[in-house]
Design a protein around this ligand. Structure first.
Ligand code: FAD
Length: 478
């Protein structure tokens, strides 16, 4: 393996191959930022971290690793939540960090596209688009750290999927280094191209197991003239679904966000972040955060939103509501929503789920699954919140009050997952709506994926990466 390290140093330069034996480095912490996952569920051990700055360097690194039989773990911002971007503990895998491959190569206002390298941080791209007068709409709480390559490799969703779609829907073309170290130049800005199989869609969402994304051509949108947020107290999940239907009818494509939050999830924000004021906390079992984007004016947007909420109130879907008066107030409302994951972490470890269910079936799913969980684990607490507009719930299960969360996670995770995922299957849902499979759900996937689909996935993996060098043990077991 020392031959491989020498070759890697020749390719990217000595300064960009990091190992735990680097002179003057503390071996136990030197590579930690690349070896430990965001949720601190896994501490891997890399042979090296390699940081190429150009596509040709990525290709050469892949060829060198493949020749040496070393597994390659592509990594962007390392914010993934399913332990897909960190090495295993064998000490043989090479972390291929894309952080230095971060240029915005071109912006084409007439074509409404931007071509950007994989290591560009999402927020940097959002800001560059804004400066040029456009909107790049992908938005998620990790946007200050996550990268475009990681967003595409995980097909990230976020808060505006309802209007603009997932990362997949924003992507027109890709540049990819294959497992053989070839470069596929697919950086097309075309919206129409029916010349055979859609290779781009194979790589989007493949979590680094089929190829290394080095650049992408992405869609830009006009910036809305106004963006307003409102908070509604709703008496039930069924009422939230009715409100969503009404919002679709009243706001059309202007509906850019629709988040639902259970009372317990909101009470954790109020408990752990006392400076935040949660509207209508004690008045209703659910809160809904709506976002409305309008191409005309703020006055027009406000009138539409108020009309929607009045109608919803008259029909009994909403018991109270408030429309943010300023950008600052709107940000404060979004801040409550974004604080839920942090508040639940303050409360203790919990069993997280990132599921999707057809929107119309969500109330029934929650009613049944809540009851089953309460029967199995009396007193269990449900931190239920999510992007209701996309049918995506973070249906998280917290230990009963007063019990030890570490013990709960250790003893109950398997059984709780089985119960929740069986219910997801029963309701024709997905066990992963956003975060992907990584290594965390790799053993679970075969139980819930259609066997024919799974067979085709294995065939694709064998065809594109027969040696199994790209992100081994992620998404599919060998
Ligand atoms: P990494 O974590 O580095 O990698 C993720 C996966 O992609 C790994 O399998 C890795 O091997 C692969 N990969 C990375 N770069 C490349 C590349 N260039 N080529 C091939 N494979 C690559 N996700 C959502 O969908 N919606 C959300 O709302 C959301 N909110 C989040 C909020 C927080 C606070 C956090 C921490 C995470 C959140 N996520 C969310 C998870 C989400 O997957 C990541 O934030 C993001 O998309 C991953 O980007 P990254 O650059 O950090 O990728």
């Amino acid at each position: 393996m020392s031959d491989l390290l020498d070759t890697l140093r020749d390719i990217v330069g000595v300064a960009h191959v990091l190992t735990r034996n680097d002179p003057g480095a503390n071996p136990s912490t030197h590579l930690q930022a690349w070896e430990q996952d965001w949720r601190k569920r896994s501490q891997g051990r890399a042979l090296a971290v390699v940081r190429p700055a150009r596509t040709e360097e990525v290709a050469a690194v892949v060829r060198a690793c493949a020749a040496a039989g070393a597994g390659i773990v592509p990594q962007g911002g390392n914010t993934g939540l399913v332990v897909g971007s960190v090495p295993d503990d064998s000490g043989t895998q090479v972390v291929l960090s894309l952080g230095r491959l971060n240029r915005i190569r071109a912006m084409d206002g007439a074509n409404l596209t931007v071509t950007v390298e994989a290591g560009c941080v999402l927020q940097t791209l959002q800001e560059a688009a804004e400066q040029a007068g456009w909107l790049f709409p992908l938005s998620l709480a990790a946007e200050g750290s996550c990268t475009i390559g990681g967003n595409l490799a995980t097909n990230a969703g976020g808060t505006q999927v309802l209007r603009y779609g997932n990362a997949r829907d924003l992507c027109l073309g890709l540049e990819v280094v294959t497992a053989q170290g070839e470069v596929w130049q697919g950086l097309s800005g075309l919206r129409k191209d029916n010349t055979g199989y859609d290779l781009r869609d194979l790589f989007v969402g493949s979590e680094g197991t089929l190829g290394i994304i080095t650049a992408a051509t992405l869609k830009l949108y006009p910036r809305p003239a106004a963006q307003l947020a409102a908070w509604a107290a709703v008496p039930s999940l069924q009422a939230a679904v009715q409100l969503l239907g009404l919002a679709h009818r009243h706001l059309g494509a202007g509906l850019t966000g629709f988040e639902v939050m259970g009372q317990f999830a909101l009470s954790l924000v109020a408990k752990h972040f006392v400076q935040q004021r949660v509207p209508f906390l004690t008045e209703a079992p659910f809160g809904v955060l709506l976002e409305h984007s309008d191409s005309e004016s703020e006055g027009h947007a406000r009138a539409q939103l108020e009309r929607l909420l009045e109608t919803a109130f008259e029909q009994g879907h909403v018991s109270d509501a408030v429309v943010a008066e300023s950008l600052q107030q709107a940000r404060a409302l979004w801040h409550i929503r974004e604080s839920i994951p942090l508040a639940q972490a303050e409360e203790g470890l919990n069993i997280k789920h990132d599921i999707s269910i057809p929107v119309s079936l969500i109330p029934q799913f929650c009613e049944q699954t809540d009851a089953l969980l309460q029967r199995e684990i009396p007193g269990v607490r449900l931190v239920n919140f999510g992007h209701l507009g996309d049918g995506n719930l973070h249906y998280n299960v917290q230990a009963p009050e007063g019990s030890d969360s570490v013990t709960f996670l250790r003893d109950m995770e398997h059984a709780v997952n089985a119960l929740v995922f069986d219910q997801v299957r029963h309701f024709n849902g997905s066990i992963s709506a956003e975060h992907g499979i990584g290594s965390l759900k790799v053993k679970t996937l075969p139980r819930y994926k259609d066997p024919v689909a799974l067979g085709m996935m294995h065939a694709i993996k064998r065809a594109l990466d027969p040696q199994g060098v790209l992100n081994p043990g992620r998404v599919l077991l060998a």
